[in-house]
Ligand binder design. Structure first.
Ligand SMILES: CC(C)(COP(=O)(O)OP(=O)(O)OC[C@H]1O[C@@H](n2cnc3c(N)ncnc32)[C@H](O)[C@@H]1OP(=O)(O)O)[C@@H](O)C(=O)NCCC(=O)NCCS
Length: 179
């Protein structure tokens, strides 16, 4: 079934145009969930510059920036950032799926796929994420992937003109000692 066909791959500079188009289309609709960005974030040129920065961070082992593919179409992004090694071996998860592709399980499957990358490719043992208290769709995505809420950070993120509380989520990937 086409809707089941979700994959992820490392972001490429030539993804810029489609990512900019998604971001521009959903700018208002996602303002409650995504931080405000400068105007050039919504242009292909701005996305190209940003992707080059993300790939530099990937080369330094700090980030794993992926796109979500629905079939062969770029539908969103899923990213492991703030990768810490040594005694922590953990990463922070962020994701979005363009509104044209939501409600078909793509985010849930993409998060499952990147958890496998975190465990098997990056050797991490812990994934973390934050959601706004009222971002129920995102919370469903995390719960479906075995995340548990472990606390609330008050007045934690500034979105759409106000500070908001957030739920902190965790998912353990393995219990092996640091290598
Ligand atoms: C949150 C987001 C990633 C979900 O993407 P998606 O591809 O639609 O997600 P899925 O289809 O895999 O799953 C969504 C789940 O949320 C549920 N859902 C959707 N809207 C909901 C709502 N208003 N209230 C409660 N649940 C809701 C769906 O039923 C589904 O749950 P189910 O699989 O148990 O039926 C997408 O809407 C998005 O990018 N939003 C804006 C950015 C964002 O919020 N990013 C995450 C920041 S923490």
């Amino acid at each position: 079934m086409a809707d089941q066909d979700t994959t992820i791959r490392l972001i490429r500079v030539d993804d810029a145009e489609v990512l900019a188009a998604h971001r521009a289309r959903d700018r208002r609709a996602y303002a409650a969930w995504e931080p405000a960005q400068p105007d050039d974030f919504y242009t292909a040129a701005g996305q190209r510059r940003r992707i080059e920065t993300l790939l530099g961070e990937h080369d330094r082992g700090e980030r794993w920036p992926a796109v979500v593919l629905a079939g062969d179409e770029v539908a969103g992004q899923v990213t492991v950032s703030t990768i810490l090694r040594g005694p922590f071996r953990k990463g922070f998860l962020g994701y979005w799926v363009a509104s044209a592709f939501t409600g078909r399980g793509h985010a849930t499957r993409a998060v499952g796929l990147i958890l496998t990358v975190m465990a098997e490719e990056l050797g991490l043992r812990r994934a973390e994420a934050h959601t706004r208290m009222d971002n129920l769709a995102s919370q469903r995505v995390l719960r479906a992937n075995g995340f548990h809420p472990w606390g609330i950070a008050h007045s934690h993120i500034y979105l759409d003109g106000a500070w908001h509380d957030e739920v902190f989520w965790e998912r353990l990937l393995d219990e092996a000692p640091p290598s």
